[in-house]
Design a binder for this molecule. Structure first.
Ligand code: KG4
Ligand code: ZN
Length: 360
């Protein structure tokens, strides 16, 4: 691999268009030069969830202006780019195709190679963009809108899944519960904010698989319990669910958050104990949750475990994590960028498919 490389990264797997430029120099950690993001949340709010066709069309509108913005901010030109990386999956097929198509077209026009990146690897390596970077090996708690996994990470491409959700993801549990409480899509952050004003012990909600003895999760039953409890409150107060008093909604939000967070914290601590590792990395959108961070910080400090998070604004989807993952892959020598512009995308793509030695 050449000593100095500029990697342009494009993320378009769901409802955020992200572009970033990362510089690789020698064996040091790649440096983020600039990144830009456009979130489609406002557009999808009206529908209560992501509308895939609208998402794809909006990515088309945003990706080139964001690329120009990033190049401008980093004081670079397209000709300076050495590798164009893009999210190849998992995600929405149409949305992924926009990023892949643009990345391959740009690279072909420039005569530069491309690299398809796994979205979850992007999340997993996003704490390397922080000032306080982790060291391998570590346990990773990956909590996003579509995934909830505990992993042992020994290096780039060395991921062993220790446990994962058997149904809904933690982010989904946040989002679906938030919807029942009348909060706007995507709900996770809004539920977290509302929960700060409520009593986490006000309602007794289930902690699925808390004592299962393994590292798997299940959140599908929780949303049903939240729905039942919300309807009970409305019946008791003889009002519609959407007319529940603010204090009741805050208590429901706090109780829901407490149930999700307790399970995540307990299983993360069990994973640390089982592996004997002293470092935890938390990544993915739910990693922005204040209560989760607070509790993990307390419990980990008590056990002498270091916890690393991505910066708050890099917890949810962004281009920086894609450029970073591509840069770290190239640097590790595990993958070469290539000039095969006949791109495809992988809407479903298990993480073990990109491991150096598949561990599942
Ligand atoms: O990683 P991400 O941006 O997208 C996926 O790859 O899925 O994660 C999005 C998820 C959503 O479910 C969103 O509600 C949740 O992360 N989320 C939060 C918070 N911020 C984002 N959940 C709880 N508390 C937050 N502060
Ligand atoms: Zn994501």
């Amino acid at each position: 691999m050449a000593k100095n490389l500029l990697v342009l990264g494009i993320e378009s797997s769901c409802d955020e268009t992200g572009v970033a430029l990362v510089r690789v120099s020698g064996q040091g950690l790649p440096q983020l030069l600039a990144h830009a993001l456009y979130s489609q949340i406002e557009m999808h709010k009206a529908y209560g969830g992501v509308v895939p066709e609208l998402a794809s069309r909006d990515h088309i509108r945003r990706v080139l202006p964001l690329t120009q913005e990033v190049l401008h901010d980093a004081d670079k030109t397209l000709q300076d780019v050495d590798v164009v990386a893009f999210t190849r999956g998992p995600g929405l097929a149409g949305a992924l195709l926009v990023g892949a198509g643009v990345a391959c077209a740009l690279a072909a026009a420039l005569g530069k190679p491309v690299l398809g990146v796994h979205h979850l690897e992007g999340h997993l390596l996003s704490p390397f963009l922080s000032a306080d970077t982790p060291q391998f090996p570590f346990v990773a708690l990956l909590v996003s809108g579509g995934h909830t996994q505990l992993m042992r990470v020994d290096g780039v491409g060395q991921y062993q899944i220790l446990g994962e959700t058997i149904d809904d993801a933690a982010g989904e549990a946040f989002d679906k519960s938030a919807k029942m409480l009348g909060l706007p899509y995507p709900g996770g952050a809004a539920l977290g904010q509302l929960a700060e004003q409520g009593d986490p012990k006000a309602f007794k909600l289930p902690r699925p698989l808390l004592h299962s003895g393994d590292l798997d999760f299940s959140f599908a039953g929780l949303k049903t319990a939240v729905m039942v409890q919300t309807r009970k409150c409305a019946a008791a107060l003889e009002c519609a669910v959407d007319a529940l008093p603010h204090a009741t909604l805050a208590d429901l939000a706090a109780s829901t958050q407490a149930a999700i967070v307790e399970v995540l914290v307990k299983k993360a601590l069990t994973a640390l104990k089982q592996t004997g590792l002293q470092r935890l990395v938390v990544a993915g959108g739910v990693g922005a949750n204040r209560d989760l961070r607070r509790q993990l910080n307390v419990e980990c400090a008590r056990r002498g475990v270091r916890v690393h998070y991505p910066e708050l604004h890099l917890c949810t989807d962004n281009g920086a994590m894609i450029a970073m993952a591509a840069a770290m892959r190239l640097q590790s020598g595990q993958q070469q960028a290539n000039c095969d512009y006949a791109f495809d995308v992988k809407p479903r793509w298990p993480l073990d498919a990109i491991c150096v030695e598949p561990t599942l």
